[in-house]
Design a binder for this molecule. Structure first.
Ligand SMILES: Cc1cc2nc3c(=O)[nH]c(=O)nc-3n(C[C@H](O)[C@H](O)[C@H](O)COP(=O)(O)OP(=O)(O)OC[C@H]3O[C@@H](n4cnc5c(N)ncnc54)[C@H](O)[C@@H]3O)c2cc1C
Ligand code: FES
Length: 316
């Protein structure tokens, strides 16, 4: 169910240069928001007299506390909308629509929380050359499909930049379910690793990479794959971040025969599947388009086809 709430701002703090964390009271949305879903919200508090941007802006859940009735988002200032959002003060109200979209599949015993894109059969390229025999990836996908991935799975989360936001709420839920959660977390610089402390508090095992080498490994986060702890064989990979990063994740998942899901971004108008403003063609061979707002933003990794040079499209 989707709710429209007048969300009271509880805090809106700068956590790094140009990066903010916003927490709001929105009890109905908090009661139903799942990892990977998002809110579509106005960015101008009601007090504002500026000519606010017409359209709402989408943000993934960074944290949800159903008992307290609160939701939080982590955002980077990109343009007018996020600049206005950074000015919202505690006690002011923002109109929030949510929870929206299809979130991550959680490896719950016996029944999946979301019957999402992972139920799409694997592509031919993943199929076993032996007719009738399932490839390792097919077997793995069918485990997720049927929702029998054990609750105590080992999962790998790969996040870059603001792509870490939905993975933090996901990590929290997965740890609660008894999963071993390994996180590969990449950022430009040490100061932008704003979610690291929270991930460690949650109980995730974090491996860090920064472009400038100011923390952890110096280089792209996907260079860390060979450093996965010995004996760690992920049952599932989840990723969000720049497309180039997710392309590496997809290759790694395919090589290892591990099922995976990625969260995509696109510009959005309605946020609820009505305007086609967010439509993307996932594979060049696809006849139809998928709507990021309602079919996604989370898609099975094998439904995507990454092209060189697309890396900038999803780097918020
Ligand atoms: C499902 C979903 C979840 C998201 N979650 C988060 C989140 O957790 N944290 C976060 O910081 N951001 C997130 N975003 C992106 C966020 O919605 C945009 O950064 C925001 O809408 C920018 O608004 P603006 O008015 O500040 O920028 P605008 O003035 O609208 O744009 C500024 C610049 O950013 C580019 N841009 C804006 N939005 C996007 C986009 N979605 N993809 C690519 N380029 C874009 C524009 O082309 C322009 O160059 C998410 C987007 C989607 C679709
Ligand atoms: S934003 Fe309108 S259909 Fe997705």
């Amino acid at each position: 169910m989707v709710f429209l709430e007048d969300a009271e701002v509880l805090k809106n703090v700068r956590v790094a240069d140009g990066i903010y964390e916003l927490a709001c009271r929105a009890p109905q949305i908090a009661g139903e928001g799942k990892p990977g879903q998002f809110v579509h919200m106005t960015v101008s508090p009601h007090r504002s007299t500026t000519s606010s941007p017409l359209l709402r802006r989408p943000f993934s859940f960074y944290g949800v506390n159903a008992e307290a009735g609160t939701v939080s988002i982590l955002y980077r200032i990109r343009g007018l909308g996020t600049s206005l959002l950074a000015e919202a003060r505690p006690g002011e109200h923002l109109s929030m629509l949510g929870p929206l979209g299809t979130g991550f599949t959680l490896p719950l015993a016996e029944s999946p929380v979301f019957p999402v894109e992972s139920s799409v059969p694997p592509t031919k390229s993943c199929a076993s050359p032996i007719q009738g025999a399932a490839s390792p990836q097919e077997k793995a996908f069918s485990k997720v499909e049927k929702g029998v991935l054990p609750a105590k799975s080992t999962v790998l989360l790969v996040g870059g930049g603001m792509g870490i936001a939905p993975l933090v709420y996901l990590a929290d839920s997965l740890v609660d379910m008894g999963c071993q959660v390994e996180v590969f977390y990449g950022a430009e610089t040490c100061g932008e690793l704003v979610a690291l402390e929270r991930l460690e508090q949650i109980g995730a095992n974090c491996h860090v990479a920064t472009v400038d080498g100011s923390a952890g490994y110096k280089g792209p986060v996907t260079d860390l794959f060979p450093f996965l702890p010995p004996k760690t064989s992920p049952d599932m990979i989840y990723s969000c971040g720049p497309l180039e990063m997710m392309a590496h994740v997809a290759r790694f998942a395919k090589e290892r025969g591990i099922p995976g899901e990625v969260s995509l971004e696109s510009h959005m108008a309605c946020g609820v599947g009505a305007c086609l403003g967010c439509a993307v063609r996932l594979k060049s061979t696809d006849e139809g388009y998928a709507k990021v707002c309602s079919d996604g933003p989370v898609f099975s990794i094998d439904r995507l086809e990454f092209e060189a040079g697309e890396g900038e499209r999803n780097e918020s």
